[in-house]
Ligand binder design. Structure first.
Ligand SMILES: [Zn+2]
Length: 429
């Protein structure tokens, strides 16, 4: 099986790609002007922010970047495109011949191109509506080579790409729209406009099964475009497949060629490779690290900072603790303080973490207690309340009651107390 993807993501700009209209229009057809409505005589002006964002993405995907980039008109008629062409790129695209490293294999990137989104079609029973707020929103189209061979490849690639986009400053909350090119035999089937990872996997599974069944029964697989129906969990034939050669392309005469200033494009941190490096240098579990940093640049920065002054285990525990308190926005100084408490075997309760987050002193002693103190408290209760100890196996309330007694005295994590108590009671059994 070979799968290639065409991924579309909206770039984070305040205004549209070729006009000054807002990208955040709310009421339909309010963020519009003659340019994004495609009126004759209107003239596009390139949004430099969109170009910069696209170049950042292309560089993060290890693409080759030409000295200049330019645009084409892709001519076709469709109601969402009243000027009868979409301004896009092909040769002359922002980047080409890059790759995404999955560690065990590479997925090659054929091209990263900048283009305008068409208007949105809202289909009603007997008529269709058009919303031009979306017309002209800057999109990055990321085209891969057909290097994805398994479902795991597909999942991992999408997650890796999302992480790279996040670190390149592209909003990953907005949905990625993906065209999936799948071939099991000789012909390539394109499944258009799949959104969300679950739908992507479901569409892939359906299409693999459909094509396998056709091959098994000796039938031909038709080269075609299909669309995915998430309610039916199936793909249906939509129209004859046009290849790029079948579209009319002409140079966009209203726009010039733009210098890419490729030496000044900022680098993007690749979180997964940073995690791989830290994992081998400090012996931290790679999966744990990836989970912490793939979509959290603050966590990565803090871990890198913390490893310079503390033990790896403490740093990871501290980050996990902060994430549980939604408190990854801690100052470097606060984080150092936190690590030194934890390195000294102190347990920090909610008030202590709150104080550290606000750069205050952690205050009353009870906010940071040593593991020893907790153990002593548990030991005291276990030896004085034999009645509860006898009961704990048949009655979970007895167990929770002891946890509650410790918690009343020391407001540290109930999970930690439970773990320690279970350890104590294990010896009693
Ligand atoms: Zn406009």
């Amino acid at each position: 099986m070979r799968i290639g993807l065409e991924v579309h993501v909206a770039l984070p700009t305040k205004t549209k790609l070729f006009c000054g209209c807002s990208t955040e229009g709310d009421e339909p057809n309010t963020a519009i002007c003659p340019t994004c409505l495609g009126f004759p005589g209107s003239k596009p002006m390139l949004n430099e922010d969109a170009l910069s964002a696209s170049l950042r993405v292309a560089k993060a995907l290890h693409c080759q970047i030409n000295e200049i980039t330019y645009f084409l008109r892709k001519v076709y008629f469709y109601p969402d495109l009243p000027k009868s062409y979409q301004i896009t790129q092909l040769e002359g695209a922002v980047g080409h011949d890059g790759y995404v490293d999955l560690g065990r294999k590479r997925i090659r990137i054929r091209r990263v191109q900048l283009e305008e989104d068409p208007a949105k079609i809202i289909r009603e029973e007997e008529y269709s509506l058009l919303d031009f707020n979306r017309s002209g929103i800057p999109l990055d189209e990321i085209v891969t080579e057909p290097d994805i061979e398994t479902e795991d490849d597909l999942r991992e690639f999408v997650s890796e790409l999302r992480s790279i986009l996040y670190y390149a400053g592209v909003d990953i909350d907005k949905e990625m729209k993906v065209d999936l090119n799948i071939s099991l035999g000789n012909e390539r089937v394109e499944v258009k406009n799949v959104t969300g990872i679950k739908n992507l996997i479901d569409a892939e599974r359906f299409e693999v099964k459909r094509q396998s069944n056709l091959i098994a029964s000796g039938q031909m697989i038709a080269k075609e475009t299909r669309s995915y129906n998430s309610e039916m969990l199936s793909t249906v034939s939509s129209r004859e497949k046009e290849s790029d050669e079948e579209y009319g392309f002409i140079y966009e005469p209203d726009l010039s060629a733009y210098p890419t200033l490729k030496d000044s494009i900022p680098d993007t941190v690749i979180a997964s490779s940073a995690a791989r490096q830290l994992s081998s240098k400090y012996g931290i579990n790679e999966v744990t690290l990836k989970e912490l940093v793939m979509f959290d640049r603050n966590a990565l920065r803090l871990i890198q900072h913390g490893l310079r002054c503390s033990k790896a285990g403490t740093v990871i525990n501290a980050i996990e603790l902060l994430k549980r308190h939604n408190g990854i926005m801690i100052s470097d100084k606060g984080f150092e303080k936190m690590l030194s408490y934890m390195d000294n075997g102190m347990l920090l309760n909610e008030d202590a973490i709150k104080a550290l987050l606000e750069d205050r002193d952690i205050g009353a002693e009870k906010n940071a207690v040593s593991a020893e103190e907790i153990d002593n408290a548990i030991r005291d209760i276990v030896s004085s309340r034999q009645d509860l100890v006898n009961e704990y196996k048949s009655n979970s309330k007895a167990f929770n009651f002891i946890v509650g007694m410790v918690l009343k005295k020391y407001k540290v994590s109930p999970k930690y107390i439970s773990e320690r108590l279970a350890e104590f009671l294990k010896d009693k059994a």
